[in-house]
Unconditional design. Structure first.
Length: 310
């Protein structure tokens, strides 16, 4: 028999998992998501991507501000769910909520646990130079991503990948993985393995203060820093433009040839020297402007040697 599930998620990363569970015939008793927030120029209330999809599917939506009250717990229990599936929900689940469904709560996490527990696993994996990432299905406990793991899928991280690229590669992979995990739970064959106590690392939330590019690092470290923060918050540097120093976000780059003093512009193609080697900027964004390719930027704003970025 298909499972009766509660789905808890908020951003677009969670949508493929919701769709996969519906496609596999599970009954979604309710969707829990974060409440709509003001967004855009008009600051109109914007429903989360998960809420929008749930309404399209005709699934009841709840947006509680807390799950710690007796009333919230009673409402949650009233769904009589076999399990809850949690994907980037954005709210801590107390023990009583974790214990309410028959089989517990299962989280889709975008890292290869126990590496990169916490808030920003996709960004941190790229920034650290990891060779691979992945998604894991974990049975939740009250710790920070410390629960027993059921299933995993791995994905190589290339130097071309930005955080956005990896995000959109892992999201459908995760949806398929969670659907397979719930199928195994339905059959009674889902196996759980405790996480290793070795190799634990924490993916702290990205701080905007980290976004300033340090050209005094090797080219590959600079590239991974840039790509790990692309598109948000965006790694930035100061460029000498139109007679003044202006902040510009670098969104995509590649390893290039050439060397020089760190931060020096080496040619007319936006090749920038690092402590070791150099990178070529491929995509960037000036303050208040849309992202643009390097070629488009250079047509209107020539930047040539011996200019220096800081």
């Amino acid at each position: 028999m298909p499972l009766r599930l509660i789905f808890m998620g908020t951003p677009d990363f969670a949508v493929p998992t919701l769709l996969a569970l519906v496609a596999h015939g599970h009954e979604i008793a309710a969707v829990y998501t974060r409440a709509a927030k003001p967004a855009g120029r008009g600051m109109k209330l914007q429903q989360s991507p998960v809420e929008q999809e749930a309404h399209r599917l005709g699934i009841p939506v709840l947006t509680p501000s807390t799950l710690k009250t007796p009333e919230a717990l009673d409402e949650y229990r009233a769904h009589n769910a076999d399990a809850a599936v949690v994907v980037a929900y954005g709210m801590i689940l107390p023990q009583a909520i974790l214990d309410a469904p028959k089989y517990g709560c299962f989280n889709l996490h975008a890292s290869l646990l126990p590496r990169w527990r916490g808030a920003a696993p996709i960004n941190r994996a790229i920034m650290a130079g990891d060779a691979e990432s992945g998604v894991m299905v974990m049975k939740m406990d009250v710790g920070l991503d410390t629960g027993d793991v059921a299933m995993a899928e791995r994905l190589p991280i290339t130097d071309k990948m930005t955080a956005s690229d990896l995000h959109y590669a892992l999201a459908p992979l995760g949806g398929d993985l969670m659907a397979r995990a719930m199928a195994a739970l339905e059959r009674g064959t889902l196996q759980l393995t405790p996480q290793s106590s070795e190799g634990v690392s924490y993916a702290a939330k990205i701080d905007k203060a980290e976004a300033h590019i340090d050209w005094n690092k090797p080219a590959r470290e600079v590239l991974r820093h840039i790509h790990g923060l692309s598109p948000f918050p965006g790694a930035w540097c100061e460029m000498p433009l139109e007679g003044a120093s202006q902040r510009v976000k670098i969104l995509r780059c590649e390893i290039a040839s050439g060397s020089g003093a760190p931060g020096t512009v080496l040619d007319d193609r936006l090749t920038i020297a690092c402590a070791e080697g150099s990178i070529r900027i491929l995509e960037l964004q000036r303050a208040g402007k849309q992202p643009m390719k390097a070629e488009e930027f250079l047509r209107g704003t020539p930047l040539k040697p011996p200019a220096r970025l800081s």
